[in-house]
Design a protein around this ligand. Structure first.
Ligand code: ADP
Ligand code: MG
Length: 248
């Protein structure tokens, strides 16, 4: 598998706090990489740095041999990066359909695409995530699960190569969480995505990920197969805890 993303020495400071500290890793095309670590370890900050929502203090980010370290978020979207947020960020006053239309129009350099064509395309993404019947509902009137699916539809509508997922299960009940995870895996297969997945539920990571990267205090503490990483003493000490298996 070829490298899709290469991160070298990535560093982010918030005042005196070093949230991400000289972090290096790569993601190969087609991989599902689980990204784990304790609360406050710097996981969301890493995704914010990679998508351009935050500016790195140091380090380089390369996507398919293109340096994107200083690229703007919309440029990174054009190059093929998309994300979902830990807490959904809808446009409350837009319908589900218009929310996805916006993503269709923003996701690529398709200046000539008509609104009508974008609408047809957006409808297909809503159908994919199971929100077709909600297309004319305002985002603010959707349930939390529906908002999560709308986020996914918006991310897919930008036709990403690499999708960042920040805790897709947070705030969902067990049945919804299972459906959400299945939807992500279905999207991966259908659209040929590469996935970088922050998730606290280890059973999901063990199931879905080809590889797991663990961080603590913004530094990498493990990088390997799920089995290797969950039996790593440093990871057990920092994150999983000794008795974690009985709760998994
Ligand atoms: N915008 C910010 N300003 C100041 N501190 C922040 C900001 N975002 C995150 N942090 C801090 O950086 C650290 C890493 O946070 P975060 O990336 O959200 O961790 P995780 O997602 O792993 O729980 C935490 O100590 C957090 O309080
Ligand atoms: Mg987080």
């Amino acid at each position: 598998m070829a490298e899709l993303l290469e991160v070298n020495g990535l560093t982010k400071r918030f005042g005196g706090l070093i949230a991400v500290n000289q972090l290096s890793f790569s993601i190969r095309k087609g991989e599902t990489v689980g990204f784990i670590g304790p609360n406050g370890a710097g996981k969301s900050t890493v995704v914010n740095l990679l998508t351009g929502y935050l500016k790195a203090d140091d380090g380089t980010i390369k996507l398919e041999d293109r340096h994107i370290t200083h690229a703007k978020p919309w440029q990174r979207a054009h190059f093929g990066l998309a994300r979902t947020y830990q807490i959904p960020r809808p446009f409350p006053e837009l319908t589900a359909l218009m929310s996805v239309v916006t993503a269709v129009l923003c996701g690529k350099q398709r200046v000539n695409q008509s609104l009508e064509d974008a609408g047809v395309e957006a409808t297909q993404y809503l159908e994919f995530v199971g929100l077709f019947s909600k297309r004319n509902i305002l985002a603010r009137d959707l349930t939390f699960y529906e908002l999560r699916m709308l986020e996914l539809a918006r991310a897919l509508a930008t036709t990403p190569k690499l999708l960042f997922i920040d805790e897709v299960m947070a705030g969902l009940n067990p049945g919804e969480a299972k459906r959400a995870v299945e939807m992500v895996m279905r999207a991966k297969r259908h659209f040929g995505l590469t996935i970088f997945w922050i998730e606290h539920v280890m059973a999901i990571i063990m199931d879905a990920a080809d590889r797991v990267i663990a961080i603590n205090y913004g530094q990498k503490i493990a990088d390997g197969t799920p089995d290797e990483v969950i039996s790593n003493d440093v990871v057990i000490e920092a994150y999983l805890g000794k008795g974690w298996r009985q709760y998994a």
